[in-house]
Write a protein that binds this ligand. Structure first.
Ligand code: CDP
Length: 225
């Protein structure tokens, strides 16, 4: 049987990764966090002091380092650069600030899109990101566009940061998330947008489990058809 794919797109902090992981777990599919891939590139640029907006320099960096992605514990995508596990650094506020810049580079997007598609050829996947239903997997079995209002998204992210010991204010977060959404939506290549055949789910005020069940029903229905 050919692999099944569930694409979950949406803006920052909409709950994509939490929901996608649970859906993948319930279906026994591989969970692919494509944001972690873009974050890995931003992390390396920062470490090597390469300008995140310089396409040629970032492309050179990608060609000269070995990136490896594996499913780790808790279904998180474990990211290795030149053999070093960098996973825990990827969600730092510093990386979050830079990531939309590298994500706007066509050279980076085409390379990462290739890596992402390779996973979906071999495995049934739940993949989350910004362009999965529109560009990476245009024939995905189920496409979901997950949103929530910006205050709720920022509150969720604040909780995550506080748990990790980062000191950020809610106001700062609302501002930085709105800015990232703007950059992601306005970029020329593969902007954040809703695929024509995606189901839009607004998670504001909904429980995680409620959203997971809604997506599982969509997968079941698509499969029966
Ligand atoms: O978790 P959060 O929604 O904050 O972000 P993420 O999924 O980790 O993605 C981080 C950034 O990577 C996004 O703001 C986008 O700039 C970029 N990204 C992208 O352009 N395309 C994807 N498929 C996934 C992420």
């Amino acid at each position: 049987m050919s692999p099944i794919s569930v694409a979950i797109d949406g803006p920052a902090g909409a709950g994509k990764s939490t929901v996608a992981k649970l859906v993948a777990e319930r279906l026994n599919f591989l969970y692919i966090d494509t944001g972690a891939m873009y974050r890995a590139v931003a992390y390396l640029c920062n470490k090597e002091q390469v300008n995140c907006s310089d396409g040629a320099a970032v492309s050179h960096l990608l060609s000269n380092h070995d990136f490896r992605f594996e499913e780790g514990h808790d279904m998180n995508l474990q990211v290795y650069i030149d053999g070093e596990d960098v996973t825990t650094h990827l969600r730092n506020p510093g990386v979050s600030k830079l990531v939309s810049l590298v994500a706007a580079l066509p050279e980076v997007r085409s390379r990462l899109t290739e890596w992402q598609r390779a996973f979906a050829v071999k495995h049934s996947v739940v993949m989350d990101g910004r362009d999965i239903g529109t560009v990476v997997l245009p024939h995905a079995t189920v496409k979901v566009f997950l949103t929530a209002n910006v205050e709720e998204r920022a509150r969720r992210r604040l909780k995550e940061y506080q748990e990790q010991g980062f000191d950020v204010s809610l106001g700062e977060l609302i501002q930085s998330m709105a800015e990232r959404d703007r950059l992601d939506s306005e970029r020329e290549v593969a902007p954040l947008s809703i695929a024509d055949d995606a189901v839009k789910i607004d998670s504001t005020g909904k429980t995680i489990n409620g959203v997971v069940e809604e997506i599982l029903r969509l997968v079941e229905n698509a499969h029966v058809r």
